[in-house]
Design a protein around this ligand. Structure first.
Ligand code: HEC
Length: 257
């Protein structure tokens, strides 16, 4: 009994150190293997290993599927298969294939090791905090009257899933969607700029102890602009979903949050 346990412990150790070494040798030149610090994120050549496994875990549940995915992606990388956000993949450039450079049995050891050791707790805390900050910031600078998380921001969702085979956007759909995106973004940008100036005017007037009655014109204008932005947002959702099939909308649905 003791012997078996010892044997198991030693093989597990050999297995683990093997995976770590293989990963260090074959992946570390691009993927950071330690937890990235917030300030390091903009300088990374590729997503940190923490981020890679974090996204794999979001996209699939079964361990074997995850292993198969890692084995396939590293040998036949393609933006359409990626579990990361399409805009991030475009930013980094698709991973070069390591086919022929790493044996499949070594790759399997790497995959096992990855799933066992990533994502690290500090990374998960950091990413959760970043996501919460993003949500708070979006809310702080929102020009919309309705900020329910149930109301999706289609342009953002689409950009994150743009190249994915699972969404399957056709070239024609992409062209139409880009038109909707550009129109929406330019209108919202204009409204946001106008709102910002009006808000500065109002807050400065209040600091100067002016009578709120003198600000009615500005307040009217602010409410009109927010109404307009909300209409643009709703129209964007309607226009976008009319270009997508029901299956495509259903695919995006779980990302609405
Ligand atoms: C020459 C640089 C480079 C090397 C070496 C490299 N990668 Fe990558 N990898 C990237 C880049 C860039 C991305 C992000 C773009 C993408 O997803 O294709 C990426 C993404 C990935 C992804 C995420 C796929 C997704 O869903 O987008 C996995 C999994 C991955 N790498 C595994 C590995 C493993 C395992 C190794 C080592 C055996 C490795 N990579 C070595 C550059 C590299």
């Amino acid at each position: 009994m003791k012997k078996t346990l010892l044997f198991l412990a030693t093989t597990a150790l050999i297995f683990a150190s093997n995976g770590a070494e293989l990963m260090e040798k074959n992946c570390a030149s691009c993927h950071m293997l330690t937890t990235p610090k917030f300030h390091q994120l903009p300088d990374l050549k590729a997503p940190a290993m923490d981020a890679v496994v974090f996204h794999i875990n979001l996209a699939m549940k079964e361990k074997q599927k995850k292993i198969d995915f890692i084995m396939d992606y590293t040998q036949n990388p393609d933006a359409s298969k990626s579990v990361c956000e399409s805009n991030k993949v475009a930013q980094f450039g698709v991973m070069p294939s390591i086919k022929g450079k790493v044996s499949t049995s070594d790759l399997e050891k790497i995959a096992e090791f990855m799933l066992l050791n990533y994502p690290t707790k500090p990374f998960v805390s950091m990413i959760t905090e970043m996501q919460n900050n993003d949500k708070m910031n979006a809310l702080k600078h929102s020009p919309f009257l309705i900020n329910s998380t149930r109301l999706p921001h289609m342009t953002k969702l689409l950009i994150q899933n743009w190249d994915k085979a699972a969404l399957g956007l056709s070239k024609e759909q992409k062209e139409k969607l880009l038109l909707v995106r550009n129109e929406t973004l330019s209108k919202i940008k204009k409204i946001k700029n106008e709102l910002k100036m009006l808000e500065v005017e109002v807050s400065e007037a209040m600091i100067d102890r002016e009578d709120p009655k003198s600000l009615e014109k500005q307040l009217d204008e602010i409410s009109k602009l927010k109404l307009e932005a909300t209409k643009v947002h709703l129209k964007c959702i309607a226009d976008t979903t009319s270009i997508l099939s029901e299956e495509q909308v259903a695919y995006l649905l779980p990302f609405w949050e």
